[in-house]
Ligand binder design. Structure first.
Ligand SMILES: *Cc1c(COP(=O)(O)O)cnc(C)c1O
Length: 389
């Protein structure tokens, strides 16, 4: 008997998506522009501006809907005028998409270790790296921080360092839509922020992303570059290199439907995290990844654990992953740090072993907002069995 597969993070439609998509067909807006693109941008802007603590809205931001989070990062770096030979600081423990656009521009990534509380940019190593790069003769042109698995990085500390050295911050919020720090939404802290709506993210447009800017002029510039940099003219006139990075109006329709259920889906992901917290409460060798204190509010895009093999009779993340796989349940090691990737082996790295240890001892568990009670039961049974051996 083969059981259906339980995925790590599967798409979860709310119900209204197809109506927006149908609207695009009926009105023949089958193009990378149209009412759904504009509507999706407005929805995202309103959502990001709303604080969860105060009634007041936050300072102005603008949102440009794009074809992917990677495209958004690429454009953010271009807007910051990153050139070949420049250096850009990036969190090492992340998905490669955080770092690849640095290389698209011929710049060099400088990788930084994580701290153990949020698993994100370590402020100590970050500052040490900036000081050392300046001493070596090159001031880094930007800092890319990531809210991994939805957990906000140490926002106040990272912003203070960025300000002290006057280096712009790009906030990679691809995994953190719906997360907050001191009540303010992730995706609103950086000079630029990016979101992703890939199939596995907290909401999806099947594929898509967004760039969050501070000014309207920046957004207009991003949209100009994302639509092949066409100058004002009746014919096609170009004085700059452009890109084809705008979001399709069909996909944006999915996004508008997803925005209606975003908060509900965040609540469900957080519920999964509570389920895992309960499940591992009495398993001494396992620590579930949760907020260090209530300054942080994670969307818990993925629920993750750390396993101390010395306390578990040799049951580590590998053994748990294989046991789950045997039951047709998907799990995955944490992100392998970029400074350990073959492609980035020559890039400078500042830090110790924190990210590396996380990679070796950590595991991401099924975390979709549409996991059923039966799914959770299967996961629970398999994990119990695994640790009872
Ligand atoms: C998914 C992701 C991206 C890239 O987003 P795409 O839409 O897939 O291009 C960037 N950074 C992080 C941390 C991600 O998880």
């Amino acid at each position: 008997m083969s059981q259906s597969k339980i995925y790590l993070s599967s798409p979860h439609m709310g119900g209204k998506e197809q109506e927006f998509v149908n609207e695009a067909f009926i009105t023949n807006w089958i193009a990378p522009l149209g009412p759904n693109v504009t509507g999706f941008e407005e929805d995202l802007k309103a959502y990001l501006q709303k604080s969860t603590l105060s009634k007041e809205n936050l300072p102005e931001i603008e949102v440009a809907a794009l074809s992917s989070g990677t495209a958004a990062l690429h454009l953010a770096l271009i807007l910051l005028d990153i050139q070949a030979g420049d250096e850009v600081i990036c969190q090492s423990m992340t998905f490669s998409a955080s770092a690849n656009p640095i290389v698209y521009l011929g710049a060099t990534p400088i990788f930084i270790d994580s701290e153990a509380e949020t698993w994100n940019l370590c402020p100590i190593h970050l500052e040490a790296a900036i000081v050392d790069r300046i001493a070596k003769g090159k001031k880094p042109k930007a800092i890319i921080g990531v809210h991994l698995y939805g957990m906000p990085f140490q926002v106040d500390k990272i912003l203070a360092i960025a300000k002290k050295y006057e280096i712009p911050l790009i906030e990679d919020s691809a995994e953190a839509l719906g997360s907050t720090y001191k009540g303010q939404k992730c995706g609103t802290f950086g000079d630029f922020s990016i979101l992703s709506f890939n199939g596995n993210k907290i909401i999806t447009t099947s594929g898509g992303g967004a760039l969050v800017t501070k000014t309207k002029a920046q957004k207009e510039r991003a949209v100009f570059l994302a639509t092949q940099a066409r100058d004002q003219a009746p014919h096609y006139e170009h004085s700059e290199i452009g890109y084809n990075y705008r979001l399709s109006n069909v996909c944006a329709g999915i996004g508008r439907g997803q925005m209606q259920v975003l908060d509900a889906h965040v609540a469900l992901r957080r519920k999964n995290n509570i389920f895992y917290t309960q499940l591992f409460k009495n398993i001494k060798s396992v620590r579930i990844f949760i907020e260090p204190n209530n300054t942080y509010h994670s969307n818990h895009w993925l629920s993750c654990i750390l396993i101390d093999k010395a306390l578990s009779n040799g049951i580590g993340s590998l053994e748990v992953r294989l046991a789950l796989e045997k039951e047709n349940i998907e799990s995955r090691p944490l992100w392998k740090p970029m400074h350990l990737q073959p492609i980035f082996k020559d890039a400078p790295y500042y830090g110790n072993q924190v990210a590396e240890d996380l990679f070796h001892n950590g595991l991401c568990l099924p975390s979709a907002s549409n996991l059923t009670t039966a799914d959770l039961h299967r996961i629970e049974k398999t994990i119990w069995h695994c640790f009872q051996k």
